[in-house]
Design a protein around this ligand. Sequence first.
Ligand code: NAP
Length: 301
Amino acid sequence: MSASIAFPAVIVVGASGNLGPFIVQELLKQKVKFSRIGILSTPEKRAKFHTAAKYGVDIVLGNYRDAKCYEGFDVVISFAGNSILADQPQMIDAAINAGVTHFYPSEFGADISQPAFLQERYFQDKHLTRQHLRKRASEIPGFVFTEMIIGAFAETFILSDVFGLDRQGRTFTYYGDLDDIKSISSMEDTAKYTVDSILLPFEAEITERTLRVPNGNYTVREFVEVLSDLDNTQYETHVFSVSDARKQQESARLAGSTDLELAFSLKSLFSSPFMVVPKPWQNGIFNFKPKNLTEMIQGCI
Ligand SMILES: NC(=O)c1ccc[n+]([C@@H]2O[C@H](COP(=O)([O-])OP(=O)(O)OC[C@H]3O[C@@H](n4cnc5c(N)ncnc54)[C@H](OP(=O)(O)O)[C@@H]3O)[C@@H](O)[C@H]2O)c1
């Protein structure tokens, strides 16, 4: 095993998105383990981070392509959203130039190394980022990176209209089969796994580490049942074929609507058997019990 830095300085990019706030909160809970916790964002967003600053987080204002922003930090955790995923190679180079030794790319999803996902449009920028990280890790002694693989977030899958939930209308629309199995995670638990993993040493000679830590595997039918129980009403399900989603994806592409194209790409991806995170999983090396499906959903409705 190679030693990890005793009290690393950690900076988060994309801190105010869907997942970022959970990590910032977890970093603050565990702040005695870190010499410095930072958030990198742009000057016009300063006000969003007022509370974090009050709790001792350093708010670094600048451009994520600029090495100066990462000076004094050992670890970068990127939560780049879809529209800036393609900028991650520049972010990585800037971080390396500033002396960062450990990078977490914005992954936090399916295991995209599975052959079925290698050409998938939705994962294109994540693949390019991985390739870039591998290249830089082969060039820079001591530089390592960690990919966190969690499947799909309960918060996003169940509770978002992107995936077919209409909570007001009590309906759920799905492209695929209700008995499809998914690996599902809670953002709060993923934040715990991520923050705990910062201090886990890397195996000797290893520069790329993939941690597969979903909360559990569940069928779509189970989601709907749990949600129906919690909302005390039976959700009506509308099921369509995956090819319907692909057709809508293509129409959106032709119409030039990238957001809609990606939304339908995601719907079809969700019916894929590859959305189940392959085992072995590494949850056992961490010291807490993750939430079950009911707890995950209860925590965010
Ligand atoms: N598996 C799943 O179910 C699932 C669900 C959601 C997300 N994810 C993954 O988790 C990661 C983070 O996703 P997220 O949903 O948290 O991302 P997000 O909310 O869309 O965006 C995260 C951050 O990226 C920055 N950003 C986004 N668009 C930008 C732009 N045009 N210009 C400048 N900055 C921009 C913002 O940073 P500031 O905070 O500085 O404004 C934003 O807060 C992604 O890799 C995503 O694929 C997975």
